[in-house]
Structure formats: structure tokens, C-alpha cells
Design a protein around this ligand. Structure first.
Ligand code: RIB
Ligand code: CA
Length: 308
């Protein structure tokens, strides 16, 4: 099977950790070209170092290109300590990477890679989509070079930043509006599905009996930090590994970018829009067994041998 070229745009991030871990644990499916970083859960300088440290723990070398230091229309907010800890990775202690980030900013890395991949590049966005919006603004031909965006964001039910808006969309709603109106096919995996995909310690401990201890310990710490809940970003990339466990709705999503009360609202188009306008898919329902299988495959990938 041809591997798909992928860039993960991320703000690691407790659940981002598991997105990266799944991304690196499927080398038969993904040609992971780069990780690009953004703020949101913490500042970009922190999320960039976290990405490098996560890759060191996972014994996987992938270029890391730092992204924007602010959202399109405002500065980053304070780190989301309650959900990600002060260090951004649930207070887990990771090995410190001595690798430097690439001397290329995220939006240039995305464009350069998209040109090299000749239209086959997939983006997995699991943070605010500021970098992708900046790339589209700087390179008007870029949308035509992106095969698909798998986006952890939005919700068909309720938000977590306000009643309507989910964090990855609401943090930089203008960027999200630009991305969702770019014409690129998007799979949107929102809170309505991710909040139902929980992997508790009991289940994880059974999945991870052959996981090398230093990786298993960090994963257990992160699962404990989040009480086994809301590994949103892992769910998103899992749908790119295999989406047989997902029920999709074909639609078109727009984003409320201006209303303070409803900022970040992901609005699905009426069902009667013409089929050729339905270029987005929204994860509507899921079968948890499919997600467990992908999570377990990830846990079993990080063996002692993989760590050598
Ligand atoms: O709302 C959940 C999203 O916001 C996840 O990507 C989490 O990491 C935070 O970035
Ligand atoms: Ca994230």
C-alpha cells in the first residue's frame, strides 16, 4: 500500500502526545514528513521543545518546524495548565532532545513539502490552524496541493471554549474560517466524537504490556493526568489510520469568526446542498472498538527493540 505523506500541525499538549505517537507508530501507512508547531495549549517555544522531546522518547526523528508566535488577530492566551500542566505535557518528565528545530517556519515547511509531494500531502491539524491559514495566505496555490486536512476541531453539539466554539477553532476562528473556506477537503473530528473515545488506565495497562517501560510510564502518567478522558487529537489521527469505525456526514462547514458569544462555532450546511459542494466530512458517530484497536497497535509498536 502506498504510504501517505503527512504533516502533523500540533500544540503538544497531552492529547497531542498520543496523536504524534500514533503518527509515528504507523510507518506502513504514513510517511511523516514533518511536525509543525503552534501555540494554544502552551506557547510555541514550549510546544516546539515538547515535540522534539516527544520524538526523542519515541525514538523517531522527524523534522520539527516552529510556527506562529500569536494567532492571526490576537496574542496567545495563558497556557491551559488545567488540561496540559505547566510544562504542556501533563507534568510528565520527558528526555530533553538536543535536536534543534528546523530553520524553516511552519508555513514554509508546509508549502515546500506540498510542492515536493505533488498534491498528495495530507495535513493533520490538532491545534489552532493559524499556521495553515498563514500558509494559504502566503501561497495562494497551496490549497490545490493539499490532498486532505484531518482536523481535530469543532463540534456538532457544544464547545469547550464557549457554548459554541471548540478550542482549536475558537482560539483562532479567523484562521479556521480561512482554512474551512479554502476549498481543501476536510475531515472534521469534533468534540461530539472525541469526548466519547476514552482509554482508561485499566484498558491501557492491558494494551501496553509489551510497551517499553520508559514510554509506558509516560503514557500512563498522561492518561492519569486526564483521567483517561479526552485524548481528542489521538482520535483525529486514528481516523486517518483507518476510518471503518467512523460514521461520517458529508457536508460543508463554515466557521463563526466574529461573534464573541459564538466564536468558533462550526456550522454544518443544510443537508440539501448540492453533492459537489459537500467537500467536508464531519465525524458523526463511532464504534469504540475500532479506536481501541488503533490505540493498542500504537502501544504495541513501542517495544524495547523499537527503542534501540
Ligand atoms: O479542544 C481540544 C483541543 O484543544 C485538543 O487539540 C487539545 O490538545 C487542545 O489543543
Ligand atoms: Ca492539540
Amino acid at each position: 500500500m502506498n504510504r501517505i505523506p503527512v504533516i502533523i500541525d500540533t500544540d503538544p499538549g497531552v492529547d497531542d502526545f498520543f496523536c504524534i505517537a500514533i503518527g509515528c507508530a504507523n510507518p506502513d501507512k504514513f510517511d511523516l514528513k514533518a511536525i509543525t508547531t503552534i501555540g494554544g495549549n502552551n506557547f510555541t517555544r514550549v510546544t516546539t521543545q515538547n515535540a522534539l522531546n516527544i520524538l526523542k522518547l519515541l525514538n523517531t526523528e522527524v523534522p520539527v518546524a516552529p510556527g506562529a508566535d500569536r494567532f492571526l488577530t490576537e496574542e496567545f492566551g495563558e497556557p491551559v495548565v488545567s488540561a496540559h500542566g505547566r510544562n504542556g505535557v501533563g507534568e510528565a518528565v520527558l528526555p530533553v532532545s538536543d535536536r534543534a528545530p528546523e530553520p524553516v517556519r511552519a508555513w514554509d515547511m508546509i508549502y515546500r513539502t506540498a510542492v515536493e509531494c505533488e498534491g498528495d500531502l495530507h495535513l493533520v491539524t490538532v491545534g489552532p490552524v493559524t499556521n495553515v491559514a498563514l500558509a494559504f495566505l502566503k501561497y495562494p496555490d497551496l490549497p490545490s496541493l493539499i490532498k486532505k486536512i484531518t482536523c481535530m476541531g469543532g463540534s456538532t453539539l457544544e464547545g469547550n471554549m464557549n457554548a459554541y466554539g471548540e478550542a482549536n477553532i475558537a482560539h483562532d476562528a479567523l484562521a479556521a474560517k480561512i482554512v474551512f473556506n479554502s476549498g481543501v477537503p476536510i475531515d472534521m473530528i469534533g468534540l461530539n466524537v472525541t469526548l466519547r473515545c476514552n482509554v482508561g488506565r485499566d484498558i491501557f495497562d492491558k494494551m501496553s504490556e509489551t510497551t517499553r517501560p520508559e514510554v509506558r510510564k509516560v503514557m500512563q502518567q498522561l492518561i492519569d493526568f486526564r483521567r483517561g478522558e479526552a485524548m481528542h487529537d489521538a482520535v483525529a489521527i486514528a481516523t486517518l489510520v483507518d476510518d471503518s469505525w467512523i460514521e461520517w456526514k458529508e457536508t460543508r462547514v463554515d466557521v463563526e469568526a466574529h461573534s464573541e458569544k459564538a466564536k468558533g462555532w462550526t456550522m454544518m450546511a443544510p443537508t440539501r446542498i448540492p453533492k459537489d459542494e459537500r467537500i467536508h466530512r464531519v465525524a458523526w458517530d463511532m464504534k469504540i472498538e475500532g479506536y481501541y484497536a488503533i490505540f493498542e497497535r500504537m502501544a504495541k509498536y513501542y517495544t524495547e527493540e523499537q527503542g534501540r
